[in-house]
Design a protein around this ligand. Structure first.
Ligand code: TYD
Ligand code: MG
Length: 452
């Protein structure tokens, strides 16, 4: 029978199968395959072109690269947040499509309404929501003081309608909140599935490019931090911004994980206030303001993107009541914590097998810095010994499996930040030649000297 052909696509990872299976062999998720009927043009037509082995397209119109006008010469829309502009590579580029990804409730709609409010002072802006009604969005706008005449709102979940509206060219910036609620008429699968998200995304991106409209698309992420449903969208857009942090209080960071028009090393740090998000100018001072020096508390000089930041690492050790000790980390990788505990046990003869260990990075920060090792190890040792580290020290350095302390990148920036906040010394790797740093070669001597 030569009827309509179909294939099965995993809605988690996008792998394609000829037959249905219960578990995707590519990403191991269960019940994630959805049948897709291939249209005749895609199936049979493509095959015949392949069989002939002959190109059926036409010759490209190419131009000398010296004559192309760089897109950077195009206008950039500036937001009210200076750091966010830097993260974006100097503002939102006209015609660019940006994906803002974050957990539900972190403040995506809030920050976008604030961006709209600022951009709408000079440009036409449209906010499309598939999640909230006009009344709900208005409430938020009132709270944030977004009252411009040039800011419009529409409630829609139809990708076709949104693309058509973008194509009208009436708007300079369009917000789509969120991609997971959108659906296309031509596709039968539910909103949020791979085929819906990819095709809706494509439709919107094409409309944006055709009319040079800047578009920001909201994408929800799961608890594990991956884009809910499809990761495919990340390949299609120009900029991917990750909105991370604690949903309840604490700092939130926006960083670019992909940016076709700028660096991916910059971060913007925010705090949620009663009138929306505010940029935090001096995060180190804010993070250390409430500190009381106890045992188990160590100040780490870390980097968040390109920005040096001082954060407090806290560790708590209790005698375990069960055979299997509990280890918990908030803001720090649990595998890394287990590794450090193993190194501590083996290389410093600290007894940890019968102790529950809890590690917390204060302020909701998520550490992604190998040089955090030494501070975490010292915090644990300090908690076990019940001895606190002096007020005047910051700590940084990577710890190897042999218990050796390894170098940290951008040490000069870490040192400068520590000096700025009035610290007297840094305990760090021996490779650094700076009077401020007390050079340490291995974990054991460091612990004996400072916390035991
Ligand atoms: P929201 O932006 O709707 O999150 P998302 O779109 O990412 O799902 O809201 C995030 C939270 O912020 C919400 O719980 C309410 C709170 N909030 C404030 O604290 N202050 C404010 O001014 C606003 C607008 C929201
Ligand atoms: Mg929202």
């Amino acid at each position: 029978m030569k009827g309509a052909k179909s294939q099965f696509v995993c809605q988690q990872c996008g792998a394609v199968f000829a037959k249905w299976v219960g578990q995707c062999t590519n990403c191991s998720s269960w019940n994630s395959l959805v049948e897709q009927v291939l249209s005749d043009g895609g199936g049979a037509g493509a095959k015949s072109a392949l069989a002939k082995g002959k190109a059926s397209g036409k010759k490209l119109d190419f131009v000398k690269i010296s004559t192309i006008v760089p897109s950077d010469a195009k206008a950039r829309l500036l937001t009210e947040f200076e750091d966010l502009n830097v993260v974006l590579g100097g503002g939102i580029l006209m015609g660019s499509v940006c994906l803002l990804a974050g957990q539900p409730g972190i403040g995506k709609s809030t920050i976008l309404m604030q961006i709209c409010s600022e951009v709408a002072k000079k440009h036409n802006v449209l906010y499309v929501s598939g999640e909230e009604s006009a009344g709900q969005v208005k409430l938020r706008a009132l709270r944030l003081g977004a009252e411009s005449e040039r800011l419009s709102f529409a409630a829609s979940t139809s990708a076709n309608d949104i693309a058509k509206t973008i194509e009208s060219g009436e708007f300079d910036l369009v917000i789509v909140d969120s991609i997971q609620t959108l659906a296309m008429d031509e596709i039968s699968s539910a909103p949020g599935t791979v085929s819906q998200v990819t095709n809706c995304g494509n439709l919107i991106i094409r409309a944006a490019k055709a009319t040079d409209t800047a578009v920001i698309i909201v994408g929800h992420v799961t608890k594990e931090g991956t884009l809910a449903g499809p990761k495919v969208l990340e390949h299609l857009v120009d900029v991917v911004l990750n909105f991370e942090g604690d949903r309840y209080g604490g700092f939130k960071t926006v960083r670019a994980v992909k940016n076709r028009f700028g660096s991916t090393n910059e971060v913007a740090i925010f705090e949620m206030a009663d009138k929306g998000l505010k940029e935090v100018q001096n995060p180190s001072a804010a993070l250390l303001a409430e500190r009381t020096n106890t045992d188990g508390s160590v100040i780490l000089a870390t980097l968040n993107g390109n920005r040096p930041i001082l954060v407090e690492i806290q560790a708590l050790c209790n005698k375990s009541n069960y055979g299997y000790p509990k280890r918990t980390a908030s803001g720090f990788d649990l595998n890394r914590l287990n590794l450090l505990i193993a190194v501590l046990e083996r290389r410093t003869k600290l007894k940890l097998a019968d102790k529950d260990i809890f590690v917390n990075v204060v302020g909701g920060m998520k550490l992604n810095d190998s040089a955090a090792d030494l501070a975490v190890a010292m915090a644990i040792a300090s908690a076990v010994a019940g001895r606190k580290l002096g007020e005047e020290y910051v700590v940084f350095g990577e710890v190897g499996l042999g218990g050796e302390i390894r170098s940290a990148f951008r040490a000069d920036q870490r040192i400068a930040e520590a000096k700025k906040l009035g610290f007297k010394h840094a305990i760090g790797p021996a490779t650094i030649r700076d009077k401020f740093v007390i050079p340490m070669k291995d974990l054991r001597t460091t612990l004996i000297k400072y916390v035991r």
